[in-house]
Design a protein around this ligand. Structure first.
Ligand code: ATP
Length: 438
């Protein structure tokens, strides 16, 4: 992980937020390569979930919502972690922090940071939602929350989408957006952060068909992760046992990836029953039932949710892609991204800065740049330029040499095999197009 974090900074994938001020705890910024990588993840998700299907509509709901939404959802009362404070060093810990020795609140308990004994308080519940104020007056009546999940924006809009899109149940609503959680033990780089992006889809089904739909979505979502090129042996399902299952859920599976710090969730698939719509119906006083014309019956739909973190999937791709190889006595660092998600698709290099090569390379670069993100590099030995592209995860490098100028062909070097093909200039776009598809 340390090597990856340092590569991420050096190559412009991820920077610490407000770094020149010492950073802000577990908040990160995406640099030029990171923003492309994460955008490719989100675009791929959107294509699979919205554009490629007839039964899912897109939505972009606001981050700020009526505060009653969070009472109805259960977040005001229940989105809490039990925490303990050290009265000596003022640090705060989750009560189940494995580093704590002894029982918090008792004289034997020892603070994991300053080592003081008997200074840890009894556990107290701490709400993970960020609060702010709407309007000019900072009082209790003006409190609004930064949403801790995007799902609620979907539930409160379900009838709007249904009525405006002429969908019928079963159908889904998909959304990508920021979520905020005042996590107490964030960490592992962008794995658990306080500001992150979710890619959530809520699928509304007739009660009784929920188990069948749940199984379908579980399989489809696993296939999606596999199609990103993640190593199949590093992906698995984890079913929630009775103690893990949220109060609203009938069944839940996590899709987990084996990170260097262990198996961890990257996406959750949940059968949420009619809990959410039932609560919003109760708290808003508005009927949220669906009228099924064919069967002439009314019911509150059940919801099957698929919820993935865009940042977490981005991290997973970086972890999975990172490798070091020995090549001619040197270490070659490669991010072996699937071509479809690589931030830069091709590097374009003149072999040397003379004999018409830079002019032709510039032409090739501009022609390709109209179609896909490409990078022009004419500085340093060609081997160094290849290595720089390997580290950025760029799948192809196009080199313009003497033969390109005289014979109209270029070399295309493949990142993973390091093999080179000679390709006619007028075939280059088609050649890259074929290899980038996926
Ligand atoms: P965890 O147990 O890891 O805290 P969770 O069960 O609370 O996750 P959900 O509420 O189901 O997570 O959120 C769905 C997805 O959103 C997760 O699978 C993860 O990819 C992402 N996610 C949740 N919390 C964070 C976070 N603090 N930072 C980054 N991504 C997150």
């Amino acid at each position: 992980m340390d090597k990856l974090v340092s590569l991420a900074k050096r190559r412009g994938f991820v920077f610490q937020s407000s770094e020149i001020y010492g950073g802000l705890g577990s908040v990160w910024d995406y640099g030029p390569l990171g923003v492309e990588l994460k955008k490719n993840v989100k675009d791929r998700w959107w294509r699979a979930m919205v554009h490629a299907r007839d039964d899912i509509e897109g939505l972009d709901a606001a981050i700020l919502m009526h505060p009653k939404v969070w009472e109805a959802s259960g977040h005001v009362a229940g989105f809490t972690d039990p925490l303990v404070d050290c009265k000596h060093c003022k640090n705060r810990f989750r009560a189940d922090d494995p580093r704590i020795k002894g029982t918090p609140g008792q004289p034997d308990a020892q603070c994991p940071v300053c080592g003081s004994k008997g200074t840890l308080t009894e556990p107290r519940l701490f709400n993970l939602m960020f609060k702010t104020f709407m309007g000019p007056v900072e009082d209790q009546a003006a409190v609004v929350y930064l949403r801790p999940e995007t799902a609620q924006g979907i539930y409160v809009n379900y009838l709007n989408v249904l009525n405006s899109s002429r969908q019928r149940i079963p159908f889904g609503i998909a959304q990508i957006g920021k979520a905020f959680r005042n996590e107490i033990t964030p960490g592992n780089f962008i794995f658990r952060t306080r500001e992150f992006e979710q890619m959530e889809m809520q699928f509304f089904v007739k009660p009784g068909s929920d188990v069948e739909w749940f199984e379908r979505w579980r399989a489809w979502r696993m296939e999606w992760h596999q199609a990103l090129g993640l190593a199949p042996a590093k992906l698995r399902f984890h079913q929630h046992g009775p103690s893990e299952l949220a109060h609203y859920a009938k069944d839940a599976f996590d899709i987990q990836y084996e990170f260097p710090f262990g198996w961890q969730e990257i996406e959750g698939v949940h059968n949420r029953t009619d809990f959410d719509l039932g609560r919003h119906q109760q708290y808003s006083g508005k009927k949220l039932e669906y009228f099924d014309q064919a069967a002439n019956e009314r019911y509150l739909p059940y919801i099957v949710e698929t919820s993935a973190g865009a940042d977490r999937v981005t991290l997973t791709l970086m972890v999975d892609a990172y490798r070091e190889e020995q090549v001619e006595g040197e270490t070659r660092v490669v991010l072996g991204f699937h071509p479809a998600i690589a931030p830069i698709k091709a590097g374009v290099f003149p072999l040397v800065k003379k004999d018409g090569m830079p002019e032709l390379a510039t032409e090739v670069y501009h022609a390709l740049k109209r179609r896909v993100p490409v990078f022009y590099d004419d500085s340093g030995a060609i081997g160094r330029r290849y290595r720089r592209m390997d580290e950025a995860g760029t799948p192809f490098c196009v080199t313009i040499d003497g033969e390109s100028v005289s014979g109209g062909t270029v070399t295309v070097r493949h990142r993973d095999s390091m093999n080179q093909d000679r390709v006619a200039l007028d075939q280059l776009e088609a050649y890259l197009g074929d290899h980038l598809a996926g």
